[in-house]
Design a binder for this molecule. Sequence first.
Ligand code: NAP
Length: 307
Amino acid sequence: MERYDIIIVGGGPAGLTAALYCARAKLNTLVLEKKMPGGQILNTERIENCPGFDSISGLELAQRMEQHARRFGANIKLEEVKEIHSERNAKVVKTAKGTYHAGAVILAAGGEPRWLNVPGEKEFLGKGISYCALCDGPFFAEQTIAVVGGGDAAVQEAVYLTKFAQKVYLIHRRHSLRAKKELQEELLENAKVEVIWDTIIKRIEGKETVERLLLRNVKTGKNSPLEVSGVFIYIGFVPNSKLLNKNLELDERGYIKTDFKMLTSAEGVFAAGDIRFQLAKQITNAMSDGTTAAIAAEAYLKEKGLI
Ligand code: NAP
């Protein structure tokens, strides 16, 4: 069994930033990532809102963050965490390959935008399908695009996307929006937006990139095509907060609750990034959380005499 000062679960921007800070502070640091370091930025073709980079691919940014953390001594293993529990002063983290002990844990396992689960969604990810208007909106200048969903996020982002697109269809499965009244008003007053009510997407089609949607009106059962070059899907987000569900306090949406130090309801367990509720799920927010969690975790380890 290997012992570390700190174990970080998740190797996205929050986890890798926490790893960089912990390793630079000379903590014996392990990052456990189930797939490949980078997290959601790996799904982003180009990133233009990470300070210091005019434009960088998600893959390159992920690789740079990984190398940076490794250069300061962080150990990064590709193993999926199955269980975490506390034993006296230690946190025990189990993966399919091994068991690791640490004085503190930072949960930075993120989450995933809820998928529509329709044909074409996976194929065109990053080729017209996006889950982030702030990241990808500028790539759709003067184009016709669609936003799916009827909550605050879909409505707010549909309005935001009119800055770039010449036309934005908001496709919602019912005839009333869940979003706040003021956001609804802003949407309905915007001449570039057209709401398509009572409608679901059956299929997303195109050659290299998205070209059209096949829609179905759920009231009439009628199918119809809609020509668009992009689709922004905003039908909710699912945080990966289940790992310690029994011990950790979650909010009503399933996100892990933290205080200003990123400390969760469990001693020595911190959370950072999209696994917490954030107004904006941006790389910069995740990095900020990772920084705070790392500094607070180091202070906790010192206070407990664990380092
Ligand atoms: P949300 O409030 O859960 O809304 C999800 C929307 O997606 C709903 O309209 C839902 O339709 C629709 N939907 C769900 N599954 C679907 C499916 N399979 N196919 C088609 N449509 C589907 O999620 P959210 O908009 O991401 O907001 C999450 C939280 O963040 C909320 O608490 C929200 O208030 C907050 N937020 C606030 C702001 C702000 O204050 N400016 C901005 C963004 C988010 P139904 O309505 O039919 O269920």
